[in-house]
Design a protein around this ligand. Sequence first.
Ligand code: PBG
Length: 326
Amino acid sequence: MNPTRRPRRLRTDGVRPLVSETELSASDLIAPVFVDATTDERVPIESMPGHERVPVEAAVDRVEEVLATGVEAVIVFGIPEAKDERGSRAWAEDGVVQRAVRDVTAETDAYVITDVCLCEYTEHGHCGILEPDADEDPTLTVRNDETLDLLAETAVSHARAGADMVAPSASMDGMVGAIREALDGEGYDDVPIMSYAAKYESAFYGPFRDAADGAPAFGDRRHYQMDPANAREAMREVALDVEEGADVLMVKPALPYLDVVSAIRREHDHPVAAYNVSGEYAMLHAAAEKGWLDLEEVAYESLLSIKRAGADLILTYFAEDVAERL
Ligand code: PBG
């Protein structure tokens, strides 16, 4: 019997581009940049081939490299010169991110986003102020409400340095509202917030914790980041961030959570971002190094799939490589 329906008709070379449903472009991509106050040289990040921590003096050069590939936006992470109990270098006027952002916004046309969190700045590596004795009792965790003021202060200091957008990633309740209020109070009502709205407690962040030196010294983040088992909870988290004034809604990680990306896309009109995290990058590199995968192909297919699932923006360590191919 001959088939009467032949979907293959639309797969010939001439027609494929006409019926293609998803297009990836360099303007969808955000490249992470690591600025390190403890070094005066560019230091390769071993578990993330092709990426480096750069000194503040090299931040402009690093961002120029990103721009040269066609990617127009960066998200800046900082490794401070010193850490303490409260993470006070996170909101310092002369902090590593603040200095880098001042230079980059003065000297380049990049759209500069900053990650707002305390884990790279606290000596215990948690994302906020700890309960006393948290190191001895794993059921104790971060003090939510006291942490909010510090996150708000950090976001304001980034805006003051010239950040175009702030991206809070600490997974504290009420974080978006607190930051919105603080930014508005200081006259930064035009600075948008990209919330890490559905941020999972994921093992895929492993290489990042090497890159940004923000691994918890004890315990883990399961009391504040989301349980990977939960998708409906993500919808509640996202709805709260929308109410609190988030402008862009992010899901993190990306590939293992594409169901969450598409659910948010269906339910909200806000732009949706997905963070293709360090582990997603590292595993493709590792397989490619062994000759088991074609890196360029799987990187492109990964980002295309994230877009197809409903993301408008993608934060990814593949940004430069993929943009160059586009
Ligand atoms: C800070 C932060 C993390 C990442 C982005 N911002 C680490 C974490 O939450 O543990 C992870 C990014 C990546 O893995 O690429 N809280």
